[in-house]
Design a protein. Structure first.
Length: 299
């Protein structure tokens, strides 16, 4: 299958491109910079220059592909409204380009806010609807296109999709520990984060692209929930720093990640595993931290 991938040079995207190429697919990746384009070409992928705001490029990429993986997101924490608007416009453009073709459109999403008070499951519909909601309601908007002949699939990623070189949420928490001299957690640290190794997540995305029916919600979750206090302890042990509770009123201690670190973001993947034969094999989050997967942040 020839696959068009947005976010192809990003953390999850680059591993997914490697997974696709290793299993016989061909890839065209969206690249907004010379560095991103060079990284994709070195992997063996073709390049389409553009970014999430270049809707013409998105349309061309989708029209020329047999399947689309939408893994990009601006993640502009200072301007979430612009991020949400860009995400919605991108999904609408990709969905429209694929209408009537029965081709797959796999859209990245998350597990936060799906099921307050318990781990989220694949049976939980996203409560985020409309352009002003989280991610611009992109999961539900993508599913709208199933009525137009698009095999729309949601890939819900754990809040920590970890591995060597990760620059996501855990990297931000590690950076806060390095900056402040303590490895902190908020309050009692009993809230939990789902976790998955990035290679396992990439394999699931490929499985969903190849065979998930329209309307499927995939959960890229290997660990249902790791307490944030345990995450802080592992970081403290790895860095040789004291571990301490931070008052939730002082969440700015962590920088932008503070608004998320107190959230319960646990989830299961029982249905995903059973339906698609997906068995995560990568190291756990705490194993990755202990093994030095975030040493690059501390340098």
């Amino acid at each position: 299958m020839h696959v068009f991938v947005t976010g192809a040079s990003g953390w999850i995207g680059s591993h997914t491109v490697d997974e696709l190429l290793a299993t016989g697919h061909t890839v065209t990746g969206l690249a907004r910079s010379d560095a991103s384009a060079a990284a994709l070409e070195s992997r063996g992928a073709a390049v389409l220059r553009g970014d999430l705001d270049d809707l013409d490029a998105l349309r061309r990429g989708a029209e020329g592909a047999e399947g689309v993986l939408h893994l990009a997101n601006k993640h502009d924490w200072g301007n979430p409204a612009a991020t949400n608007a860009s995400e919605r416009a991108a999904v609408e453009t990709l969905g429209s380009a694929l209408a009537g073709s029965d081709r797959p459109l796999v859209v990245a999403s998350g597990v936060a806010g799906l099921a307050p008070g318990r781990p989220a499951t694949e049976q939980d519909p996203s409560p985020f609807v409309g352009p002003d909601s989280m991610r611009g309601g992109s999961e539900n908007r993508a599913f709208d296109f199933t009525a137009d002949g698009v095999r729309a699939v949601s890939a819900r990623f754990s809040p920590t999709t970890h591995g060597v070189g990760d620059h996501g949420f855990i990297a931000a928490i590690v950076a806060a520990a390095v900056r402040t001299g303590v490895s902190g957690y908020l309050g009692e640290g009993t809230n939990r984060w789902a976790a998955v190794h990035v290679d396992d997540a990439a394999r699931l995305v490929r499985l969903g692209l190849e065979g998930a029916p329209a309307g499927t919600r995939l959960h890229a979750v290997a660990e249902t929930g790791v307490p944030t206090r345990d995450i802080a302890q592992a970081i403290g042990d790895a860095l040789g720093l004291p571990v301490t509770s931070i008052d939730p009123a002082d969440a700015e201690h962590f920088g932008f990640i503070g608004r998320f670190f107190a959230l319960e973001m646990s989830a299961t993947a029982d249905a995903t595993r059973e339906r698609f034969g997906w068995t995560p094999t990568g190291p756990t989050l705490l194993e990755d931290i202990a093994a030095g997967a975030y040493a690059h942040v501390a340098r």
